[in-house]
Design a binder for this molecule. Structure first.
Ligand code: SF4
Length: 375
């Protein structure tokens, strides 16, 4: 469909959905290769592979640590400014993070004792960096994460070393860009740490000379929303773990639809315009000779970015509507067969005829649902 113009984009309330919704990873996978994206994320099919996804596990663990640092930044800001409620907001969010880390296996009193001991120990540490790392060490050591002998990169020692580089930089940024808190006097205030969103985006557009409206069920999770002290504007913080933080890594964020969609979600969550983002990259392991262990890119969004985002979302969903009942016929974008220097797991499926594809999808592949809201 040729979309002449996007005339309006707004997030609307009170719409019930009975589908799981579209998150950025799903949309991105479909637009990269419709056959892969539709089979993997619409039909939720994967080959039965018991190997661990170390990138995913390691990324989840690091994100727990990033969230803990944000909560700690609120606690220590409250301490510095002598604001008890701020300290309690930070403590509450840290407590919830720890509770998730151990899957609720520690009783409330036990968890309170863990945090009390850690804060007491932190008092004996001279620098802020050492204080923060004490908490992420506890998360890593109690998360159930264990090393894979075949993965020499994502070892616990490497993760801890990378977090040290991340945290020392994060401590500087969070001074100028503290975590957004809607009401600093309310311990249950909305706060800019790990915000799941499940919203409906109403997109109005002109196509074939007529105005149309489409509702998109959009889901995801924001890592952080912060406030720039300079002018009190909002800025999304998006954490990324990567194996390389080169110029190509930095350059991808200037136009990234992920960032644009997150700015839209952050504006809705806070009720304020959010047109800025900072992507915080952490490399695992820390480079030994050259390169960056930590890198950040600051990007801005303007109205036309949201139009471009909406056009991309509508065209991607259109492909799903066309092929969801016939995934075996979905377009195969073979430029993606070796994306990120790794062969796509679906190559054997694509290299058989349509009848055999249906047979494999229905009888040999297993169902594995994924949603950012479950993480
Ligand atoms: S092997 Fe290539 S064509 Fe097939 S799903 Fe993967 S990326 Fe698409």
């Amino acid at each position: 469909m040729f979309i002449e113009e996007i005339t309006n984009i707004e997030v609307v309330d009170n719409i019930e959905h009975n589908d799981k919704g579209y998150d950025f990873s799903t949309l991105n996978a479909i637009s990269t290769c419709p056959f892969y994206g539709i089979t993997r994320f619409i039909h939720n099919k994967v080959f039965d592979d018991s190997a661990r996804n170390m990138a995913l596990e390691c990324g989840d663990l690091c994100h727990k640590c990033f969230a803990a640092y944000r909560a700690l930044s609120i606690y220590y800001r409250g301490k510095k400014e002598n604001k008890d409620t701020l300290m309690r907001i930070g403590y509450k969010n840290l407590y919830e993070n720890f509770y998730d880390t151990v899957n609720g296996e520690l009783a409330n009193e036990e968890l309170d004792k863990v945090l009390e001991d850690l804060f007491t120990e932190a008092e004996n540490k001279a620098g802020m960096l050492a204080k923060y790392l004490l908490f992420s060490d506890w998360i890593i050591d109690n998360s159930g994460y264990y090393e894979d002998p075949d993965d020499k990169k994502r070892t616990i020692a490497n993760i801890k070393e990378s977090l040290m580089a991340y945290c020392s930089n994060f401590l500087n940024f969070v001074e100028d860009e503290p975590v957004w808190i809607e009401d600093e006097n309310d311990i249950n205030s909305k706060i800019g740490i790990e915000i799941p969103f499940d919203v409906t985006v109403k997109i109005t557009f002109i196509a074939n000379g007529a105005e149309h409206t489409q509702y998109v069920h959009f889901i995801g999770k924001l890592d952080g929303i912060h406030v720039r002290n300079l002018d009190k504007t909002l800025i999304v913080h998006e954490n990324k773990t990567a194996s390389r933080l080169d110029d190509a890594w930095s350059g991808q964020w200037f136009k990234s639809h992920q960032i644009t969609g997150y700015c839209l979600a952050a504006s809705y969550f806070t009720g304020q315009n959010c047109l800025q983002a900072r992507v915080l990259g952490m490399q695992i392991p820390v480079p030994k000779y050259s390169g960056y262990a930590f890198r950040t890119e600051r990007v801005d969004r303007d109205t036309f970015y949201f139009s471009d985002w909406a056009r991309w979302v509508l065209s991607t969903i259109e492909i799903v509507e066309e092929y969801k009942d016939h995934p075996e016929k979905a377009p195969m974008n073979t430029h993606a067969c070796c994306k990120y220097y790794k062969q796509c797991a679906f190559v054997p499926l694509c290299c058989v005829d349509e009848a055999e594809r249906i047979n494999i999808i229905e009888n040999e592949m297993v169902t594995q649902e994924w949603s950012p809201l479950d993480e």
